[in-house]
Design a binder for this molecule. Sequence first.
Ligand code: C5P
Ligand code: C5P
Ligand code: ZN
Length: 475
Amino acid sequence: MAGPVPDLDETARACAARLRAAESVLLASHIDADGLTSAAIAATALERADIPFETVFKKQLDDAEIASIAAREYDTVLFTDFGSGQLDAIASHEAAGDFTPVIADHHQPAEAETEYHLNPLLVGIDGASELSGAGASYVLARALAEEQDTTPDTANRDLAALAVVGAVGDMQATGGELVGTNARIVAEGVEAGVLEEGTDLAFYGKQTRPLPKLLEYASEVQIPGVSNDESGAIQFLDGLGLDLRAEGDWRRWVDLTDAERQTVASALVQRALERGVPAEKVDGLVGTTYTLLDEESGTELRDASEFSTLLNATARYERADVGLAVCLGDRTDALERARRLLQNHRRNLSEGLERVKAEGVTREDHLQWFDAGDEIRETIVGIVAGMAVGTEGVDSNVPIVAFARKNDEETKVSARGTGRLVGQGLDLSVVMGEASAAVGGGGGGHDVAAGATIPAGREQEFIAEADAIVGEQLG
Ligand code: C5P
Ligand code: C5P
Ligand code: ZN
């Protein structure tokens, strides 16, 4: 890029000034946990700044969707958690005078420029691990607050909690903790009193799952005789000499005292080591957890990871309105509804994973793939592909590509890699972008996780293209 690189805050201030000057604002965001939290952060900041707006959610921002946004005749469109990858199409609408775009995103930008473009990748910050869409929206929210007559304490820093939920939802804490700009946001949230950062068991479900389920379903580290083994998990817990039941029901992790947690965690480590789990995997039993202090203990909302899954359970099933309402503070009807959607989402993920295990993947030279057809919803096939990596029959040394039917004409593609593969040169956003373009589709995303839409029937050709590109990147 020519000239000095303006830092994120500077761009954020320009974006904030543009939003203040807008006649009408349409807020458009993506339908996953990061997109929902992005929208909630932006919506709250706009409301606090007395800037009227309306909100829409889109599954994917393609040319048709951008055209439909343009047709709504808002003078300014704020895109959160997408927009960068479609900058070419957006910029042509801008040039035509349809709207002024303001973008807070973290996806790989397309070849085009626009003035109000807040994206970590433009300033040398990694968009897959250091800042999410919600994080970019938070940086914008902070800039919007700066001009307001508020005390520094309340200057939208409470929104850091949602930014962390978005980052965790985008799997930006996969190395065990949030890093880079994300870590700065965590620190602001801690200082604002809305977040607590702690070291704890890395299993999903510490707030809500009864202990045996917490251990049985844990996929982070597989412990022989405990993971995927209901009676094994119960036996293990019963053998610890603790009183882990209350009135006949199993207690949850959140109900335990520190000493009890220590006992369970140590026993898990010991069991894992005894049963031959490699030491570096055993290290993964412990990780950094992010607790939302304003939320009730023992609820999904208290833990950033559980909160993000709850959100994915809404927006990926066409109920972004429910997830957004929860983010904005609805703890009655919307939360009830979200919980029912979560049960459905969990069932779909586990059935999807079972299906991949049963049918297996097809191995090419440099990647592996499966076609879920109609069996897995296109909005969650990427999550299932990611969860499948490392399970039996799925190689974690090559990327995984998954297909799902979108409609009669189109197939959805999701691709997932690992941090190690990215270190070796893998960039799935390039793979998805180029392989889809070669068969008449479009795609993009991040180096470690990307996606595409391609014409139905071109899957084999797409795989051949993608396989060759991955081969070049890793060769
Ligand atoms: O569109 P968006 O950026 O919000 O989606 C990012 C996707 O990338 C998420 O589905 C997330 O699970 C995935 N991801 C991943 N592994 C990483 C980083 C992101 O699977 N290390
Ligand atoms: O849908 P999935 O979770 O597989 O998406 C992975 C990443 O790829 C997300 O960041 C998503 O925004 C991006 N993607 C894209 N273009 C598509 C499909 C997905 O940029 N057509
Ligand atoms: Zn995102």
